[in-house]
Write a protein that binds this ligand. Structure first.
Ligand code: DUC
Ligand code: ZN
Ligand code: ZN
Length: 468
């Protein structure tokens, strides 16, 4: 329920900029004031409801800028609907998702976007926005990009992988980049050389290499790095900014670092699976490795240090999930005997905030960097700031009361994602979202779901707020 006025007292408010002992006053859907805990101003606030955050952090709701609810892939659909996926996100302290609407080959961007609106509208527990996947760069779809930017769909994902499905060749990529250079859109790139990968897939299968681990072997690190390099050069030629999604290989981080050292508007994203999991998981026996098949693929553990370093130096500036769940039984099975038929994707929308807090405890990132990577930067990158991604007067009251001491074990038995396994099964973490507010309404409290489908609304976005 949305209360009139709510006050959150006695917590430590953490944003990307500050850590402050302040109380937070919410009126309706928005934050209206912050004042020092115990100060005359804070004590004078009258509210209809009080949330006590003693010993807890008060943080902005997470912004997961990369999800795929109900994505059609490899003859099946990602198993979370907008209803189940956004509810799971809320449980994990994420209050905004940016999902990918899909243009199919032969169809317009408009048809794709309308279809995604129809899937999401009335079903979401938390607010949502859309990027647009462009699978068919034509004169018409280039023109449509301008209209989508006007409508608040201000970013476009292109694929250098998946020939015959989502793939765009360099000419099409260049045209889309040129268009976005003119209309303020941000090109998001899946940077893997899919043409070369398909050759290696064919050769691996011919050699009888059918197990899930070969998915990681054929999708070579060099083919991620090469595509990342090519995408950067194409963006330079077009004069457009570039955001590289799901970076997993050290050599790709190096490409990003070089581009950023030149002062280019090139940004990188990674995901928890690349930080916490590795090819060891892909090699698990009895087809269990299929649970970890995603693209870009998991890499050998040695790559993780480069990813953590990139997150500290800002060569990687966003952590999102690429949440794209497929059940082990009935979906991942499609690739028994042929790894190339395993639907690509991992569940994780519920786990990201807690895993990144654990990363703070493990010494990889500071607390404020945790909030920056998970809330503030994705909001700025995709034109949602300061409505989302921070706690400040005027911002949406998307707030998480986070208990930094609660210890629990991640498991499919207790998670809320609509998928029959957890990529982090058995992993113990310390710190968990206790109470979650979406636009002033408590949607989760102490493990109980208090929200409802349809509370979440579509948020039109401004253009990227980092361009120079
Ligand atoms: N990668 C995945 O793992 N799943 C969906 C699409 C993608 O690029
Ligand atoms: Zn991708
Ligand atoms: Zn994705």
């Amino acid at each position: 329920m949305t209360h009139g006025r709510t006050v959150i007292r006695n917590g430590l408010v953490i944003t990307a900029a500050d850590e402050l002992h302040v109380d937070v006053l919410i009126d309706g859907e928005r934050v209206v004031a912050l004042a020092a805990t115990g100060s005359p101003e804070a004590r004078a606030w009258q509210a209809d409801a009080t949330i006590d955050a003693t010993d807890c952090y008060v943080i902005p709701g997470g912004v997961d800028a990369h999800t795929h609810m109900e994505l059609p892939f490899g003859g099946t659909f990602a198993s979370d609907t907008f209803e189940t996926g956004t509810r799971a996100a809320a449980f994990g302290g994420t209050t905004t998702i940016v999902d990918f609407a899909v243009q199919s080959v032969g169809h317009s961007l408009r048809e794709g976007l309308d279809a995604w609106h129809a899937k999401a509208q009335g079903n979401c527990a938390i607010d949502y926005a859309f990027h647009m996947i462009m699978s068919d760069v034509t004169e018409q779809s280039l023109k449509e990009m301008d209209l989508l930017v006007e409508e608040g769909v201000t970013s476009f994902k292109l694929f250098m992988a998946y020939p015959g499905v989502f793939y765009s060749d360099d000419g099409r990529i260049l045209r889309a980049m040129q268009r976005s250079a003119g209309n303020g859109g941000l090109i998001m790139m899946h940077a893997e050389n899919g043409i070369a990968i398909d050759v290696l897939v064919e050769q691996a299968l011919a050699a009888g290499h059918t197990d899930p681990r070969y998915h990681g072997e054929v999708r070579r690190e060099l083919l991620e790095a090469e595509a990342t390099h090519r995408a950067i050069q194409l963006a330079r030629v077009a004069g457009s900014p570039l955001y590289v999604v799901h970076v997993s290989a050290e050599q790709a981080v190096t490409e990003l670092a070089q581009a950023r050292d030149l002062g280019l508007n090139v940004f990188g994203e990674t995901c928890p699976q690349y930080l916490f999991l590795s090819t060891d998981n892909l090699a698990e026996p009895d087809f269990e490795g299929a649970k970890y098949v995603c693209s870009t693929p998991l890499r050998p553990k040695e790559h993780q240090a480069a990813l953590w370093r990139g997150l500290r130096t800002n060569d990687l500036s966003v952590v999102s999930t690429d949440h794209c769940p497929f059940c082990f039984v009935g979906q991942k099975d499609l690739g028994r005997g042929d790894f190339s038929k395993i639907p690509n994707g991992l569940p994780g929308v519920e786990n990201r905030m807690d895993l990144l807090h654990q990363a703070h405890l493990d010494g990889h990132i500071s607390r404020r960097r945790w909030i920056e990577l998970a809330c503030a930067t994705p909001a700025r990158m995709f034109g949602l700031y300061p409505r989302k991604g921070t706690i400040a007067p005027g911002a949406d009251a998307d707030i998480v009361i986070f208990d930094p001491r609660e210890r629990y074990t991640m498991s499919a038995a207790t998670h809320h994602m609509n998928v029959d396994y957890s990529a982090y099964e058995g992993r113990q973490v310390t710190g968990r979202a206790r109470t979650v507010l979406s636009r002033g309404a408590v949607v989760v409290d102490r493990g109980e779901y208090l929200g409802h489908a349809g509370h979440g609304t579509f948020v039109p976005r401004a253009t990227c707020q980092y361009l120079h």
